[in-house]
Design a protein around this ligand. Structure first.
Ligand code: FES
Length: 114
């Protein structure tokens, strides 16, 4: 994993074979530097007390509370509504480019109107 600077904080680049994934280094749970966590697989129940370890090398585990995210999409595998921001990666002539769209700042909403 390599960390690079982005407009909204650092971005982790993960190379898997010929593919590079780019994820914002910010966990949607509590803001941990998620890209510093290990890349692993995950355990799934096979029924009863049996557990199988699957998807080795595809799952990023947050170092703070162990939430698990897909490297390819940033999607949480246990809470699909939560997602680490991911960026499109383009590789041309051995150079890696990221397609980054700035995060919009929230506008204050006036709640005093009826
Ligand atoms: S901050 Fe990442 S799981 Fe809690």
């Amino acid at each position: 994993m390599t960390l690079v600077d982005g407009p909204d904080g650092s971005i982790g680049l993960f190379r898997r074979g010929d593919t590079v994934y780019a994820l914002r280094n910010w966990c949607p749970h509590n803001g941990a530097p998620v890209c510093l966590g290990p890349v692993s697989g995950t355990n799934v129940s096979k029924g009863g007390y049996e557990v199988e370890h699957v998807r080795e090398g595809e799952i990023l585990v947050c170092p703070w509370h162990k939430w698990e995210f897909e490297l390819a999409t940033g999607m949480s595998i246990t809470k699909p509504v939560k997602k680490v921001e991911s960026y499109k990666v383009v590789i041309e002539n051995d150079r890696v480019y990221l397609v980054i769209r700035r995060l919009r700042k929230r506008k204050n909403v006036d709640t005093t109107h009826d």
